[in-house]
Design a protein around this ligand. Structure first.
Ligand SMILES: [Zn+2]
Length: 212
């Protein structure tokens, strides 16, 4: 299973990707996580990427392609992978074809569809523990004792970047970048679209059906 997983920030894509990775026994390759780890570890790549990410800019196509090429060459990715956060541009998508296009297993592309308003609503109800980072949702998963964390008792707060304005900005950027990539795969008849609204288990079932 060689899967590219596309979905807006806050759509639950990361959770679903992790489950899929477990179900199929293949690595979940999140470029966001890889970049954050590289920066935390102070690797060459991290040193290159840190100032770019700190400025809120996008890491260049060449750098991203190098990261992905190295990652896909590792043995755990030889039977398949789930790519999360890549490709983000059509140039990256074309280069990826050159890296994985020759295998027997065809590339699959799954796009999780969640309307912007649903994401804004979900994230504006999200609360995070100021101490341990536990995540709550005021409707679906509220802390048992009101404004304090179930695990550690610290205050549970809304993250500064979880405001409606910030979320809408992230979504705009996502749509601007992703539409051409989704269109690229659509013309190749590789794109599968899945309704991403609803409980995690239901969405996961839809994803499994779509990949069957
Ligand atoms: Zn806590």
């Amino acid at each position: 299973m060689k899967l590219i997983f596309i979905g807006p920030p806050g759509s639950g894509k990361g959770t679903q990707a992790k489950r899929l990775a477990g179900r199929f026994g293949i690595p979940h390759i999140s470029t966001g996580d890889m970049l954050r780890e590289a920066i935390a570890d102070g690797t060459e790549l991290g040193k290159e990427a840190a100032p770019i990410m700190a400025a809120g800019a996008l890491v260049s196509d060449d750098l991203m392609i190098g990261i992905i090429r190295d990652r896909l060459a590792k043995s755990d990715a030889s039977h398949g992978f789930i790519l999360d956060g890549f490709p983000r541009t059509v140039v990256q998508a074309e280069k990826l074809d050159g890296i994985v296009g020759n295998g027997t297993e065809p590339l699959r592309v799954l796009q999780l569809l969640v309307p912007d308003d649903a994401i804004v609503r979900r994230i504006s109800l999200r609360r995070t523990c100021s101490q341990c980072g536990a995540i709550y949702h005021l409707e679906n998963n509220p802390p048992a004792a009101g404004g304090v964390c179930d695990r550690c008792g610290a205050a549970v707060v809304a993250r500064a970047d979880d405001t409606e304005e910030a979320v809408r900005k992230r979504l705009e950027a996502f749509h601007r970048q992703t539409l051409p990539v989704a269109a690229f795969y659509k013309t190749k008849s590789l794109l599968r679209e899945v309704d991403g609204v609803g409980p995690v288990d239901e969405v996961f079932e839809r994803i499994e059906k779509s990949l069957a």
